[in-house]
Design a binder for this molecule. Structure first.
Ligand code: PGA
Length: 255
């Protein structure tokens, strides 16, 4: 089995001001040193578009990588309010979240749109963090695997399996996001294993190497138990990534 490098990604969502962004980044930078594990784990911060330049500059002398939270499925053109891959490249963005459940559910991004976005990102040097996950009713109806397989297959059918060699998957059960109701490590591990198996049906080596991270109420006090699971390669952190100390504790929980 491949030793996968753990990844902890912050998803700030629509939070922050220039002042709070500066103070958060400074808190994270001050806390992340070689001695406490920086280097072993990859850290990504997915910021709102308008802070890309500021955060890129602030992260210049660190190993922390810049990301963002969404991108257009189109290359360029008459799409008012949208942001293209090229624009993200201009600002040194290296990761982009694709298909977050808030995009799917609040902004009606269909499986097809998510697949189009993933395919578009895959043609660039930016790494997509593809989010999948079931709603509470779906879990209760025993449909978790069916939903996750459907979301994944739509992307594989559009883009093929090869792009997953340079992608990250985030399993984010919708019922766990922002609710404080974290999936138990066993519940999460079961779905992570299932996702890996789905990919292995197409390509063993990609399935073995891809990082599958967990998101949904990861906190300083539950991160370690989640990250100990063999198929959980890190986390996508929302609320807790807005507090430097909590985010740092989560980052250090990968070891
Ligand atoms: P949360 O969000 O950590 O606040 O639950 C996670 C996410 O939506 O990526």
């Amino acid at each position: 089995m491949t030793q996968r490098r753990p990844l902890v990604a912050a998803n700030w969502k629509m939070n922050g001001t220039l002042a709070s962004v500066r103070s958060l980044i400074s808190g994270i930078k001050n806390g992340l040193t070689k001695e406490n594990g920086a280097g072993d784990t990859e850290y990504v911060i997915c910021v709102p578009y308008v802070y890309l330049q500021e955060v890129r500059d602030l992260l210049q002398d660190t190993d922390i990588v810049l990301g963002t939270q969404n991108v257009s499925e189109h290359e360029h053109g008459a799409y008012t309010g949208e942001i293209s891959i090229e624009m993200l490249q201009d600002y040194g963005c290296q990761y982009v979240i694709v298909g977050h459940s808030e995009r799917r559910n609040i902004y009606n991004e269909s499986d097809k749109i998510v697949a189009d976005k993933f395919a578009r990102v895959s043609k660039s040097n930016i790494v997509p963090i593809l989010c999948v996950g079931e709603q509470l009713q779906e879990r209760e109806a025993g449909l978790t695997e069916e939903v996750v397989a459907r979301q994944l297959n739509e992307v594989i059918n559009k883009a093929g399996v090869a792009p997953f060699a340079n992608a990250v998957i985030a399993y984010e059960p919708v019922w766990a996001i922002g609710t404080g109701m974290t999936a138990t490590p066993d519940q999460a591990e079961e779905v992570h294993g299932f996702i890996r198996l789905q990919l292995a049906r197409h390509d063993d080596s990609i399935a073995d190497k891809i990082r599958i991270i967990y998101g949904g109420s990861v906190k300083a006090d539950n991160a370690k138990d989640l990250f100990l699971k063999v198929d959980i390669d890190g986390g996508l952190i929302g609320g807790a990534s807005l507090l430097a100390q909590d985010f740092l504790t989560i980052c250090q929980s990968t070891r």
